[in-house]
Design a protein around this ligand. Structure first.
Ligand code: AKG
Ligand code: FE2
Length: 297
């Protein structure tokens, strides 16, 4: 696939120009389109870029909550996250907010959303609503690159392994108590649901359902061990994988602007939200999309 393309699309009112630029690290940045009115050809190109890269940044959008929902529904079906605070009028939208007095943020550690589900969410559409004057970037890396930077013998070994994922330590009642002790204003919901969730297993390396490429499917937040291995035996191997990935895979530092939207595929990326804007407010709206079962590479 070409990495820089220019497409002229014609609409009944005015022609628009879509520019696609590779984002340093990973993903592509798209300018010059209004996703609310994107015609079929523009949409097909956007969709192809998303399916291939698993990470698309859109600039200069003006999405109402309804537009955000329409965009998400054009990409897939909506999956409501059980642990995030919901938008009061649009429960399909999760509020990813940090108040000026809060210490903890949502997603401030490398992770893949919903890997603890039997069918992990395809991805998310995140819209910036209120941004700090400085800071609050989100980092992303490619799970394809994460796999390709591993040594061949480890790749070979991981292709035959499965990993166990859990939400309990992140969203369960013990985690909620610790988080509120650190930050009384920090809130996630349904800790009892997380307590009762069993673990799930996925292949450690998947054949990505949209791109057909091999992607690493373990992540530092929700993967607890390899199947058939204890936590203690798994920890050093997982740690060495994470170190190598964080050292060698390209990291995209996405700087949010008013009108920015990030669309990522959880099976193709990891992400990590910076928590470097103490005393300022940040609010993002997230819609998560249903995924499907994952197959080994
Ligand atoms: O706030 C962000 O930039 C991302 C937070 C996050 O991890 C998420 O919405 O899944
Ligand atoms: Fe996340």
């Amino acid at each position: 696939m070409t990495t820089t393309t220019t497409t002229t699309t014609t609409t009944t009112t005015a022609p628009s120009t879509m520019t696609v630029t590779p984002h340093p690290g990973t993903g592509v940045e798209i300018r010059g389109i209004d996703v609310r009115t994107a015609d079929d050809a523009t949409w097909a190109e956007l969709r192809a870029l998303f399916d291939h890269h698993g990470l698309v940044f859109l600039r200069d959008q003006e999405l109402s909550e309804e537009d955000h929902l329409r965009l998400a529904r054009r990409l897939g079906t909506i999956n409501v996250n059980r642990f995030f605070v919901r938008h009061p009028e649009h429960p399909e939208i999760a509020l990813v907010a940090k108040e000026p007095g809060q210490r903890l943020n949502v997603g401030g550690f490398w992770h893949t959303d919903h890997s603890y589900d039997l069918e992990p969410a395809l991805g998310s559409v995140l819209v910036a609503r209120e941004l700090p004057a400085r800071g609050g970037d989100t980092r992303f890396l490619s799970a394809y690159d994460a796999f390709s930077v591993l040594p061949a013998h480890l790749q070979e070994r991981l292709r035959t392994m499965r990993a166990v994922h859990s939400a309990k330590h992140a969203f369960g009642s013990t985690a909620a108590r610790v988080q509120r002790w650190i930050d009384p204003a920090f809130r996630t919901e349904n800790a009892d649901v997380a307590d009762d969730l069993g673990t799930v297993t996925h292949p450690a390396v998947i054949r990505h359902p949209l791109s057909g490429r091999e992607a690493l499917f373990v992540n530092p937040s929700f993967t607890v061990r390899f199947e058939g291995w204890s936590v203690a035996r798994s920890a050093p191997l997982l740690a060495s994988i994470y170190l190598r990935v964080l050292r060698s895979a390209g990291i995209a530092e996405f700087r949010w602007e008013p009108g920015s939207v990030a669309i990522w595929d959880n099976r193709a990326t990891w992400h990590n939200a910076r928590n470097d804007y103490r005393g300022q407010r940040r609010e993002m709206h997230r819609i998560t999309l249903d995924g499907g079962p994952l197959e080994a590479a």
